[in-house]
Design a protein around this ligand. Structure first.
Ligand SMILES: Cc1cc2nc3c(=O)[nH]c(=O)nc-3n(C[C@H](O)[C@H](O)[C@H](O)COP(=O)(O)OP(=O)(O)OC[C@H]3O[C@@H](n4cnc5c(N)ncnc54)[C@H](O)[C@@H]3O)c2cc1C
Length: 300
């Protein structure tokens, strides 16, 4: 039996073939995933990991696709989505959430429960797993700040619990993480006033609407902040606001974002990323580092 048939037999409707990644990424563009599955149980993960190992098939995990650009020719192998693993449990001053739970929902529940530490993460459109993996953050708060531990399964199918102190978290980076799937995360919060926390959440939400081009598909900030500066400031000063390639454009509202304003192909976006990086390097001598992740094969 082919590995695709084996996955179809095990996962049934939770296994899709040639699934367009434009449906699973916030850029709303991208070629197909050869196989797209929704594992939801330890047995499901063990099955797909074992199959990938024994058949030597590449395997990836996607949360909400809010930091990924997939090439037009798509991605080979197996792409696993955590989207159907989305339970959240609030207990005293801790919250345990599965990897596919929306980070924003966890932040909302924390505020409503009068628990401080996640309110500034409101509005980040990623999953809990993606937020831990990227150490997502905003307005001076990072996922790692309140993270206590997280549960993983490694590529050999072995489960483990990692403590925050086992790893080194820094700006949009986690060091020491073995190749693995993050299954759930536990957050330890501090007592706070729920009216104030909801007000802080609402302020962050307003600020995002005001400053970010949320009316267009994007994947947030394209580049990391260079030390002591902002990528958006450099891009703006280089006169690149509004620069476009095909249906992709450097946002006029926030120069740190590239938006898909008119049926952009992944290649439009990638070419624009390269142009921005090159022009900023020419003008300021600064090498911008991509925050977004490129997956699969792009057309030449
Ligand atoms: C409008 C907008 C605003 C944004 N604002 C912010 C912001 O303020 N701050 C910020 O930090 N980011 C921001 N982002 C970027 C993005 O939301 C974050 O990086 C988020 O953490 C990505 O989560 P995700 O679930 O979408 O991950 P994905 O994009 O699906 O994946 C990102 C990476 O994480 C890995 N991954 C995902 N889930 C798992 C898992 N369970 N186990 C192991 N690896 C996993 C993937 O393999 C991939 O390498 C923004 C994006 C948009 C579109």
């Amino acid at each position: 039996m082919s590995y695709k048939d084996a996955l179809k037999e095990f996962f049934g409707e939770d296994c899709l073939l040639n699934e367009p990644m434009s449906l699973h990424t916030t850029y709303r563009t991208g070629g197909p995933a050869e196989v797209y599955v929704y594992p939801q149980t330890p047995e499901g993960w063990e099955f797909v990991l074992k199959l990938a190992r024994t058949e030597n098939i590449p395997l990836r995990v996607v949360g909400f696709g809010s930091n990924i650009l997939v090439g037009s020719r798509g991605i080979g192998g197996i792409t696993c989505s955590t989207k159907k693993m989305n339970r959240i449990l609030v207990e005293k001053d801790t919250i345990k959430a599965q990897a596919g739970a929306p980070l924003d929902k966890v932040a909302e529940l924390a505020c409503k429960a009068g628990l401080a530490g996640m309110e500034k993460l409101s509005g980040i459109p990623g999953s809990v797993g993606g937020a831990v993996y990227m150490n997502a953050g905003a307005y001076g708060q990072e996922t790692a700040d309140c993270l206590e531990y997280f549960d993983i399964i490694d590529l050999e199918g072995r489960p483990a619990t990692l403590l925050k102190s086992d790893l080194k978290f820094s700006y949009r980076k986690v060091e020491g993480l073995p190749p693995c799937i993050i299954l759930s995360a536990g957050f330890k919060l501090s007592p706070g006033n729920f009216t104030q926390l909801l007000a802080a959440r609402s302020q962050v939400q307003h600020s995002r609407v005001e400053k970010q081009p949320l009316e267009f598909p994007s994947a947030g900030s394209v580049f990391k902040r260079p030390v002591g500066d902002y990528a958006s400031r450099l891009i703006d000063e280089a006169g690149l606001r509004g620069l476009s390639v095909g249906g992709a454009k450097v946002s006029e509202k926030h120069a740190g974002f590239i938006v898909n304003f008119n049926h952009a192909t992944p290649e439009d976006i990638k070419i624009l990323m390269d142009q921005v990086r090159q022009k900023v390097k020419e003008q300021f001598g600064v090498e911008l580092e991509l925050e977004q992740i490129l997956w699969g094969t792009f057309d030449e």
